[in-house]
Design a protein around this ligand. Structure first.
Ligand SMILES: [Zn+2]
Length: 114
């Protein structure tokens, strides 16, 4: 682990989208240092996201989370967002040619159409 660098974490927090920040303080909070979490939550507060909204985001995520056997949040197979669904899909070469079926993780945006 690299030593905690508050300046770098603050800079990253400023550059992240609100959605990314919410993902980090909900789905991926287990893997983060408490100091880093504090920085991200402060940044969210600065953007007008209150404690109630954070709590709601945590509950929403808990209700839909996909975790591995160790309890760690899985990421979407197509982006960096937390997965909320899993299913068989085709692993594709250059996003076009289906190669072989495998289990894929999907975030809200990449989940196959309902
Ligand atoms: Zn995704």
């Amino acid at each position: 682990m690299t030593p905690f660098d508050p300046e770098k974490v603050r800079r990253n927090a400023r550059e992240a989208t609100t959605e990314e920040l919410l993902d980090r303080v909900t789905a991926f909070r287990d893997g983060m240092e408490p100091e880093a979490l504090e920085v991200l939550e402060r940044e969210l507060h600065r953007r007008g996201i209150g404690e109630d909204q954070l709590e709601q985001a945590r509950r929403d995520y808990q209700a839909s989370a996909v975790r591995d056997p160790a309890g760690v949040a899985r990421r979407c197979s197509f982006c960096k967002r937390p997965a909320i669904a899993r299913g068989w899909g085709w692993h594709r070469l250059w996003k076009v040619m289906p190669l072989f079926p495998r289990i894929l993780n999907y975030c809200a945006k990449h989940a196959p159409g309902e």
